[in-house]
Each structure stands twice: as structure tokens, then as C-alpha cells.
Design a protein around this ligand. Structure first.
Ligand SMILES: Cc1cc2nc3c(=O)[nH]c(=O)nc-3n(C[C@H](O)[C@H](O)[C@H](O)COP(=O)(O)OP(=O)(O)OC[C@H]3O[C@@H](n4cnc5c(N)ncnc54)[C@H](O)[C@@H]3O)c2cc1C
Length: 468
């Protein structure tokens, strides 16, 4: 068997792998990217980020959820919408994004190999069935897969994990979503918008507890008002799924719940089992994680890892940044030597939410004095125009210097709007910047000015301060 030599071998063709490969390709390195499936794209393009966001957008459009908020306007198409309508746009967007990425890789001369990769020795990778690649540097970006708890019969056509839910042939009548993490909460919102009765079950007692408490309460309130049934402090102990009829879930309290379909969103595990890591002297950690340092370097100096395979935050956004940085470090490119110190989080529930930096809870824990400024979408003309009744921009400033420490948004365009605050934080700015900046009118961006005014007035003692 002849071995082909490369400067870099990337294992895994998801967002992290593609960005790592392209970064090396742009700087003229000879790169091989190995993807075990027929298509590159990974969870980012094929089974996670892009399809779930497209389905959410389609659900909002088909169900008329947005237009219902506009007085006297009902553009609802729900009666005519079929599951095929629902899925078509998702498929088109995923194909387009995949082609765009493939074209990029071609333009940077990245050679793609299809087949499962495993290590033969620290510099040699076998691509099944019989190709050998030798690499001076290696980037592992094999991503993650849904965890499948043993109590659920996934062979049943109406018991799904978060990959399979993208392939359903009929809309569920009723859906139990097991696990109220980001993936579970997002899909609960999407299916609820389509008129499916949704029960969201979790052993915890609140939604997305890593968010600022006020924002997480706002999302839960809005989802409850939209019809999602939250089932807190309950775990599923049994799942009975007969060939026809309802699937019955038994919960820890002894209560039962009968639904047509179940979506299990019980977390993810790293895809490392097939890599033969023993051949390079690496031992995967809990849930298959590869341990890396801040530069994404593993315990073997020429082997780097990025994306979901190294664990939280496990987002496409962060995985791509990790990979770009890892490749710069690996080859000494003078372009990016650190992953951004403040990482945004986007949550595509209905309503959408996003955050960057500190929460009120984290600042209290650190004993840092702060002041909060709020601006509500309903007090903003653009918010009125789009009919977003619950949207909120919340800014948290250091009490002494009014530097922005945290930005939190819930409502339409939250994941876009957060970037204004994020960039301000990256440049160490605060209330004074928003005070001096002129924003377009009418825009949601203008909320930054009013949230800052709110905080400035509180800090100066001119209005009541509810910051703790
Ligand atoms: C429903 C859902 C919604 C999400 N929404 C968002 C979001 O809105 N924003 C966001 O930033 N992130 C989101 N994520 C997370 C995001 O999808 C992942 O963080 C991202 O895809 C991880 O990228 P990756 O390149 O590390 O791994 P992956 O995208 O998982 O890609 C890994 C690739 O490696 C391949 N591979 C595995 N083993 C081997 C092997 N042995 N040999 C060769 N190839 C192999 C796999 O086939 C796969 O193509 C979402 C995830 C899910 C499930």
C-alpha cells in the first residue's frame, strides 16, 4: 500500500475540520481532509446547526407565528403546509452550504478522502478500507454524536434522536422532548410553532440555567404562553413503544405520558471510539473527549484537536475558531494565537436568545458591583413594527467604570443584536460608547442607547436601581 504525504491531515469534515483545512490551505500547506461519510459538513451542515435553524425559520413562516403578532395580518399557511414543505427548504439550504464549503476547499487545494480514519502510528492515518496518509501535523475534528440512553428503543420509527428527527416522514401529533438543554428546547419551540402538542421533560427545574436568570425566565414564560408544556424534576424511567399507537413514557414520579413521538435530546458524546487513539498514546476522557490545552494541542505535540471532540462549549461557532487558531499555532502562522476571550452563545428557541460575557448570577458570585440597563422591544419603534411583545436587551456594566461586562438579548434577531455588545466588550468599551454612538432609526440596535441610558441614570442615582 502506497502512503501519500501531507503537511496536515484533518480527520473529520465538519465546521472545525473544514476551517482547519482551509486555514492551512490558504497559507500554501498540502492538506488532506478525511471524512467518513459520503458528504462533508458534519453536524454543523447536515444534522445540527444549519438544518435545525432552517426548520425553525420554516416553522415560523409556515405557521404564521410572526404574522399573528401583527394586528390584522394573518399570513398563516399552516393548513396547506405538509411535512415535505417543511423539510424542502432545510435540504436546499444544507446542500447549498455544503457546495459552498466544498468549493472553498477545492480553491485552497485541500484533498478530500472519504472513509473512516484511524491511527496506525502518531503520523500515519489509515482511511478505510486501504489508503494510508502520512502527516507532519494532524488535526482531529471528528465531532460528536447524540447520546442514546438505554431505556429508549431507538429502532422504533417514532422514537428519535436529534439526527433522526430531521428525517421524519410525518409531523408528530404529540411530541415528548426528553432533555431541556439547548437542542431539546430549540426543537420543542420549532414543533410547537407548527401546532404540535409538545411536552418538554427534564430532571432539572429551570430552563437553560447557564443563561442570566431573567432571560431564561423570559424564554420559559414565552414558550409556556405559546403552548409548550414543561415537565420539570422528572426523568423518564421507561419508554414503551408498541408497533402502532402511542408511545408511553413512565416518569420518576410514577406519572405516565402518552405521545405519538419522542425526541431524546440527552447530550452528545465525542466521536473517538473508531480512531484507535491507543496507537498514538492518547486516552479519551469522559464521553470520549480529547484533552487539549488552551492552544488545542493534545498530549502529543504535533496532534491538535478542535470542535465538539474537545467538549464544551461545543458550538459550530467556537469549533471553527478553535480550528483556525490550532492550525496557526501548529505551523507558526502569525494570524491567530488565541481563541477569543469572550465567546457568544446563540439559542434558537422561540423566542431567540443570545448572550456574551457575565450574567448577574456570575457577577454576584465574584462579588463584582454592577448596574443593569434594560430596553424592551415594545418601547422601541422597530420592536413595535415587528410585533415582538417580549423582547428585551439587558446590559450589565461594572458599577465603577461603566464598562460593559455582559450582554443578554431575548427576542427577534437576538443572535445578531448581541454582536454589538460583544464587539464593545472585546474593545473594553461601555456605556459611554453607546451614549456617543448614533444608531439608525428605527432599529433594534438603538436599544443599546436606551439600555445604556437606563444604566447611567441608575448609576447616578437619578432613577431607582433594581441591580442587586
Ligand atoms: C440540533 C443541533 C443544533 C445546533 N445548533 C447550533 C447553533 O445554532 N449554533 C452553533 O454554533 N452550533 C450548533 N450546534 C452544534 C454544532 O452543530 C456543532 O458544535 C458543530 O457541528 C461541531 O463541529 P465539528 O466540526 O467539531 O464536528 P461535526 O460537525 O460533528 O463534524 C465531525 C465530522 O467528522 C466525521 N467523522 C467522525 N469520525 C470520523 C472518522 N473516524 N474518520 C473520518 N471522519 C470522521 C463525521 O462524520 C462528521 O462529518 C447544534 C447541534 C445540534 C445537534
Amino acid at each position: 500500500m502506497q502512503t501519500q504525504s501531507f503537511d496536515l491531515i484533518v480527520i473529520g469534515g465538519g465546521p472545525a475540520g473544514i476551517c482547519g483545512a482551509n486555514t492551512a490551505g490558504i497559507f500554501g500547506k498540502r492538506v488532506a481532509l478525511v471524512e467518513k461519510l459520503h458528504d462533508v459538513g458534519g453536524a454543523g451542515i447536515n444534522t445540527g446547526t444549519i438544518p435545525s435553524k432552517t426548520l425553525r425559520e420554516t416553522a415560523l413562516a409556515l405557521s404564521g407565528v410572526r404574522s399573528r403578532k401583527l394586528f390584522g395580518v394573518d399570513l398563516s399557511l399552516r393548513r396547506e403546509a405538509t411535512i415535505r414543505d417543511f423539510m424542502r427548504h432545510k435540504d436546499n439550504v444544507a446542500v447549498h452550504e455544503r457546495r459552498r464549503r466544498e468549493e472553498q476547499m477545492r480553491s485552497f487545494n485541500v484533498e478530500t478522502f472519504h472513509g473512516a480514519a484511524s491511527f496506525v502510528d502518531p503520523n500515519t492515518v489509515r482511511v478505510a478500507p486501504d489508503t494510508l496518509l502520512c502527516g507532519e501535523r494532524i488535526l482531529i475534528a471528528t465531532g460528536s454524536s447524540p447520546v442514546r440512553p438505554a431505556e429508549f428503543p431507538f429502532e422504533h420509527p417514532r422514537v428519535h434522536d436529534s439526527d433522526e428527527i430531521l428525517e421524519i416522514g410525518a409531523l408528530p401529533k404529540t411530541l415528548a422532548v426528553v432533555g431541556a438543554g439547548v437542542v431539546g428546547a430549540e426543537y420543542a419551540g420549532t414543533f410547537n410553532a407548527l401546532g404540535v402538542e409538545v411536552h418538554l421533560i427534564d430532571g432539572r427545574d429551570s430552563l437553560l440555567s447557564f443563561l442570566d436568570g431573567e432571560i431564561s425566565e423570559n424564554i420559559e414564560r414565552a414558550m409556556t404562553a405559546a403552548g409548550v408544556h414543561f415537565v420539570w424534576k422528572e426523568k423518564v424511567t421507561r419508554c414503551e413503544a408498541p408497533p402502532t399507537g402511542d408511545v408511553t413514557l413512565t416518569l420518576t414520579s410514577g406519572a405516565t405520558l402518552a405521545v405519538s413521538d419522542v425526541l431524546v435530546a440527552a447530550g452528545r458524546q465525542s466521536n473517538t471510539a473508531d480512531l484507535n487513539l491507543a496507537a498514538v498514546g492518547l486516552t479519551p476522557g469522559k464521553r470520549g473527549l480529547i484533552k487539549v490545552d488552551a492552544l488545542c494541542r493534545s498530549e502529543v505535540p504535533h496532534i491538535f484537536a478542535a470542535g465538539d471532540v474537545v467538549g464544551p462549549p461545543a458550538l459550530a461557532a467556537t469549533g471553527m475558531e478553535q480550528a483556525r487558531m490550532a492550525i496557526c499555532v501548529a505551523f507558526g502562522f502569525d494570524y491567530k494565537d488565541v481563541v477569543a476571550p469572550i465567546l457568544p452563545t446563540g439559542i434558537y428557541t422561540i423566542p431567540e436568545a443570545s448572550m456574551a460575557g457575565e450574567t448577574e448570577e456570575s457577577l454576584r458570585e465574584k462579588n463584582i458591583a454592577y448596574v443593569v440597563g434594560r430596553a424592551r422591544y415594545m418601547d422601541n419603534p422597530r420592536g413595535q413594527i415587528i410585533g415582538d411583545e417580549t423582547g428585551l436587551l439587558k446590559l450589565i456594566f461594572g458599577r465603577d467604570d461603566m464598562r460593559l461586562l455582559g450582554v443578554h438579548v431575548v427576542g427577534e434577531q437576538a443572535t445578531e443584536l448581541v454582536h454589538i455588545g460583544l464587539v464593545a466588550m472585546m474593545s473594553n468599551s461601555g456605556a459611554d460608547l453607546f451614549n456617543r454612538t448614533c444608531f439608525n432609526y428605527p432599529t433594534l440596535g438603538d436599544l443599546y442607547k436606551y439600555a445604556s441610558y437606563d444604566a447611567i441614570l441608575k448609576q447616578k442615582g437619578l432613577i431607582a436601581d433594581d441591580s442587586k
